[in-house]
Design a protein around this ligand. Structure first.
Ligand SMILES: [Zn+2]
Length: 412
């Protein structure tokens, strides 16, 4: 039997590119580091780090400043900073209750973010694309040089095919098989590379990189809004699935005889722990939106019986669904986003006792539950991370000769 050749050697150019990527990624995620810290974080030699930093400084991606003397012999190691103006992305968010646009610099610096509320109604993709383009226009003008922008990331409250940004289903926007990527590219009149993904996937990515789950390798993120979404991180990598549809934990069936769900099925987790169910059971209008949710949470905190009972029921069903997810994925951390994060202090006991009864002891003993850290902006921060990803994977594309290679990356 002839086995295919095993490629084990790496050409020096491949090594250089992956070492540049290690440095750029470390600075993007951790912020300014001394050269010595970069040596520790990347495992590269001092002289390799010095050479690569030199390339990245002259390429406009990094700056260096002298370090304070620390008492150790010899000159202190300079501090290396990611330059937020050297590379940047535009991040956009299409949510059920709002639209948002941001300009985010290398290193994760949010330089400008604008969010506008929108009425909860079905709208066409063209209308949304045109509103979002207006919101994003000042973000494009902020770039200090035309080629500092490296991409656009978009978070959408729907099920998104990653390959072309097709929204397969967004029940709360009224979209089915809506090519929002094409519409947005037209409205923005931009040929920058654009990546589009589900808002909960991106919220989870943001919490993992910059929020409550930094440093954790196995995480379940559950976010409750009008819809319930999530993201599952396994061995440090977000679970995407074959086309980008993985992590739709809101549509995990928890009660076959349960209420009808916006997805067309019934008894989904969303019908028990989603915003609408919580409002309805507390005697509020199911479609009351953010104001109604604020009022309900305040009432539950004040001990109003109907509000408290409804929130407690969410806690119980949250535990039932999480018990299965904990058994299946063996995470060390569960992060609760959106409304679920806000009610966590009210439901922590109910949730803990349900997990106690329903999940396997071995898995449960390793898991901690915590509210999300980034609040309402988690998805748009995740969208920025998604847009930065090609640059983090191969920053050599941005180095000299700058313009020629940047346009090559855009067309890749
Ligand atoms: Zn469903």
């Amino acid at each position: 039997v002839l086995l295919p050749p095993q490629v084990v050697g790496q050409r020096s150019e491949t090594v250089r590119r992956s070492n540049l990527s290690a440095i750029v990624r470390a600075l993007h995620l951790r912020g300014p580091l001394s050269r010595s810290q970069l040596v520790r974080h990347t495992g590269l030699t001092r002289s390799a780090v010095r050479g690569l930093i030199g390339e990245l400084v002259s390429g406009g991606l990094l700056t260096e400043t002298p370090n304070e003397p620390d008492g150790a012999p010899g000159r202190p190691s300079p501090i290396v900073h990611p330059d937020a103006e050297g590379a940047a992305v535009i991040a956009l968010e299409i949510n059920v209750d709002s639209l948002a646009a941001a300009h985010v610099g290398f290193g994760g610096t949010v330089r400008k973010l604008v969010r506008v509320d929108r009425p909860r109604a079905h709208v066409t993709a063209d209308e949304i694309a045109s509103d979002l383009a207006k919101l994003a226009r000042p973000m494009f003008r902020m770039a200090s040089q035309a080629d500092a922008l490296v991409g656009i990331g978009v978070a959408v409250a729907g099920i998104v095919r990653r390959s072309d940004g097709m929204v397969r289903l967004a029940p709360n926007l009224g979209w089915r098989d809506t090519p929002i990527g094409h519409r947005l590219a037209g409205a923005l009149r931009s040929d920058l590379p654009m990546a589009i993904a589900n808002e909960s996937d991106l919220g989870g990515l943001a919490e993992h990189r910059r929020g409550a789950a930094i440093g954790e390798s196995n995480v379940i993120y559950v976010s409750g809004e009008v819809g319930v979404g999530g993201n599952i991180i396994v061995d440090g990598q977000p679970l995407i699935g074959a086309a980008g549809y993985a992590g739709e934990i809101g549509h995990m069936i928890v009660d076959p005889g349960g209420a009808p769900c916006a997805c067309g099925s019934s008894g989904c987790w969303e019908t028990e722990i989603g915003e609408r169910a919580m409002l309805l059971r507390a005697g509020r209008r199911a479609n009351g939106g953010p104001a109604a949710v604020d009022e309900l949470i305040a009432a539950a905190m004040a001990g109003e019986p109907a509000a408290s009972a409804s929130v407690a029921r969410v806690g119980k069903w949250l535990g039932i669904g999480l018990a299965s997810l904990v058994n299946v994925f063996n995470p060390t951390l569960v992060v609760l986003g959106g409304v679920l994060g806000r009610i966590h202090p009210l439901v922590a006991d109910e949730l803990a006792s349900t997990l106690e009864q329903r999940s396997l002891t071995a898995a449960r003993q390793l898991v901690r539950v915590t509210p999300a850290a980034l609040g309402v902006n988690a998805p748009i921060i995740g969208a920025a991370e998604l847009a930065f990803e090609p640059m983090l994977a191969d920053p050599a594309c941005l180095l000299a000769p700058v313009r020629a290679t940047r346009s090559a990356m855009a067309s890749a």
